[in-house]
Write a protein that binds this ligand. Structure first.
Ligand code: G6P
Length: 614
């Protein structure tokens, strides 16, 4: 949700910023802009649209400077237009600022600043910051860093900001609260600042993750200095990035989404690596070792997340209840945080987040932590805010997910939840030894089975072509497959803009059945297992009303084949592992329908990957 990138060094900043903005574009693509300092000349270019629009806009205009900031926006306050694009500039023209987050008390600050002669040009909440910093600089006679610190003392909300001052062109000031910021330290005094490490990794592997409430001053003469908002000096903790550049490229695929769908055999395998030990017959999750006993003794598990991560959490509910016999409640983080939820000290709260930055999930964690619960994180982005605030956790190791619609992150989250449920179930004695070993062996071969499903892509594409003009779709599943039905529907909505609903198959007759006619595609997960016969009956109910049925079935199934319009076979696997296979055809169907409809698959309209506002 808004991407920030900044550079100070001995190279030209503009190409570095543009490249960085391209990497961060998944965070928002309503507008883009840069501010460059060439000596004391400050140049700002910004416009509505994507980074490519910004490049076209800048083409032929001056863009020199070895210091610069860049921004790609996901609009919150004010429409996506040229004026509301960042960077924003102070009335004097001296300061330029970029921001990710929301300033909640911007209205009273703006009122006060207006009376003091500041001229506002945009509708954004952000603009108050640049005027406020400028005002403090002038009235208090302090330097940029101190003015930023004083300004942030009176601000309520979430922010990651970077500010430049034409009067002091060798300095760049960055600060964060609730929104992420990473600083890269390169050679020859080069420094980078970004919302995440993706724009930095091609320049340096040495990074410092700024903590909440910290202000970084990057000075060409003195290097990086960090202090907090209370003016206490902090020692920068330099870490080495494990990210590889190839993971951020499309690698020959047309879209990141397609690449990420095809990466799943690898990403699931990586999420199990070193954790599932067939030889010893055990699951080891090193990241939660210290909390294992609490987990084993937990009376209740709460799972919080948003979007696709919430769907993975719902699979987690079925897994923990089935395998570990612990009651589970799955909560939308946004609802949980604004209720007065009952949280006990012996509750385990599992927070799931691909980005590790989702504002609502973060707030839900803080609430639960404050009430004494143990928080276990399942995050994909290493070093992310959620990964750092949780007591313990297990990373998903899916690798960077760039496509805005989540794909491989979901299966990696479900893989980690499966490992957790198996491990806790074994330790609680709720799974027999023989069943445990059988399940471990089955889980171990899942990546190969995912590969087998991916080999059906041509058939799935053929089905996509038939239904690409649908205006509505239903997704049905029962038990472990119900969350997958929700995820399938979400994927279709997100990237192809077709209205779709996911339902428990049996609930169809309580409403959605009224929608079924010969125009309505109904995607059903009808694999062999506990609720197979019941789902077959549901398919018959759809066919009796002339709906079109596309069923995901177990290889070799002939019953559903005789009923459905199309079947997509997946290899046989125990019920708890079906989601890891049955979601794959849904991802491919949505992808191909979206491409056939001419949609921007990697950057669907109005969405952003990392939602750092409420
Ligand atoms: C956004 C993304 C979704 C994602 C959700 C939660 O809506 O577009 O793909 O599932 O946020 O994000 P998280 O990073 O917390 O998993």
């Amino acid at each position: 949700m808004c991407g920030i990138v900044a550079y100070l060094g001995d190279k030209q900043a503009y190409p570095i910023l543009i490249n960085g903005l391209r990497r961060l574009e998944y965070r928002g693509y309503d507008s883009a802009g840069v501010a460059l300092l060439d000596g004391d000349v400050l140049t700002i270019h910004k416009c509505q649209g994507k980074v490519s629009d910004l490049e076209a806009h800048v083409d032929g205009r001056s863009h020199a400077g070895t210091v610069g900031i860049g921004h790609t926006r996901w609009a919150t306050h004010g429409p996506p237009n040229d004026i509301n694009a960042h960077p924003h500039q102070s009335t004097s023209g001296d300061l330029a600022l970029i921001h990710n987050g929301i300033i909640e008390n911007y209205a009273p600050i703006k009122e006060e600043l207006l009376t003091r002669g500041h001229v506002f040009r945009s509708d954004t909440d952000t603009e108050v910051l640049v005027h406020l910093i400028d005002d403090i600089q002038r009235t208090e006679g302090v330097d940029l860093a101190e003015a930023v610190r004083l300004a942030l003392e009176s601000v309520v909300g979430a922010y990651a900001i970077v500010v430049l001052d034409r009067k002091d062109p060798d300095v760049m000031v960055a600060a964060r609260k609730s929104s992420p910021l990473v600083i890269g330290i390169g050679d020859n005094g080069e420094h980078f600042v970004a919302s995440d490490a993706t724009p930095i990794v091609e320049h340096t592997k040495n990074v410092v993750y700024l903590e909440d409430g910290e202000i970084a001053v990057i000075d060409r003469r003195q290097g990086l200095k960090i202090r907090n908002i209370k003016n206490q000096v902090k020692t920068p903790f330099i870490q080495e990035l494990e990210m590889h550049l190839e993971a951020l490229e499309k690698g020959g695929y047309d879209h990141f989404m397609l690449k990420e769908i095809h990466e799943q055999p690898r990403s699931i395998r990586d999420s199990m690596r070193g954790r599932l030990n067939l030889a010893k017959g055990e699951v080891v999750l090193g990241g939660i070792k210290d909390y294992e006993q609490k987990f084993v003794q937990a009376k209740r598990i709460l799972i919080v997340g948003c979007g696709t991560s919430w769907h993975a959490g719902l699979v987690g509910e079925y897994l923990f209840e089935e395998l570990a016999r612990i009651p589970v409640e799955v909560e939308y983080a946004s609802e949980f945080r604004y209720r007065n939820p009952i949280i006990n000290e012996d509750d385990i709260v599992i927070a799931i987040s691909q980005s590790g930055e989702t504002a609502d999930t973060m707030a839900a964690i803080e609430l639960a932590k404050g009430r004494g619960a143990t928080i276990i994180g399942i995050c994909n982005v290493v070093g992310s805010s959620i990964a750092r605030v949780t007591h313990a956790g297990s990373y998903t190791h899916a690798g960077p997910e760039i496509g805005v619609a989540s794909t491989k992150a979901f299966t990696a989250q479900v893989t980690v939840l499966t490992l957790m449920a198996l491990m806790i179930g074994q330790k609680r004695g709720t799974i027999s030894g023989s069943k445990f070993h059988r399940l471990l062996n089955e889980l171990d071969v899942i990546p190969g089975k995912v590969e087998a499903v991916l080999r059906n892509e041509a058939q799935i594409k053929y089905i996509a072509d038939i239904y690409k003009d649908a205006t509505n779709a239903l997704y049905l599943g029962r038990g472990f497959s119900f969350p997958v039905a929700l995820e399938g529907a979400l994927k279709l909505k997100e990237i192809s803009y077709i209205h779709a609903e996911g339902y428990p198959a049996a609930e169809m007759k309580h409403g959605p059945i009224a929608l079924i006619d010969e125009e309505m595609p109904v995607f059903v997960i009808a694999t062999k297992g506990a609720s197979y016969e019941k789902v077959v009956s549901n398919i018959q109910e759809v066919k009796a009303r002339k709906g079109k049925v596309i069923a995901i079935v177990t290889e070799g199934d002939s019953v559903v084949k005789g009923l459905a319009d199309h079947v997509i076979p997946i290899p046989e696997t125990p019920d708890p592992f079906v989601p890891l296979l049955s979601v794959i055809p849904f991802l491919l169907i949505s992808y191909h329908i979206a491409v056939m409809r001419g949609c921007n698959v990697d950057q669907p309209r109005n969405l952003a990957k990392s939602v750092t506002v409420e």
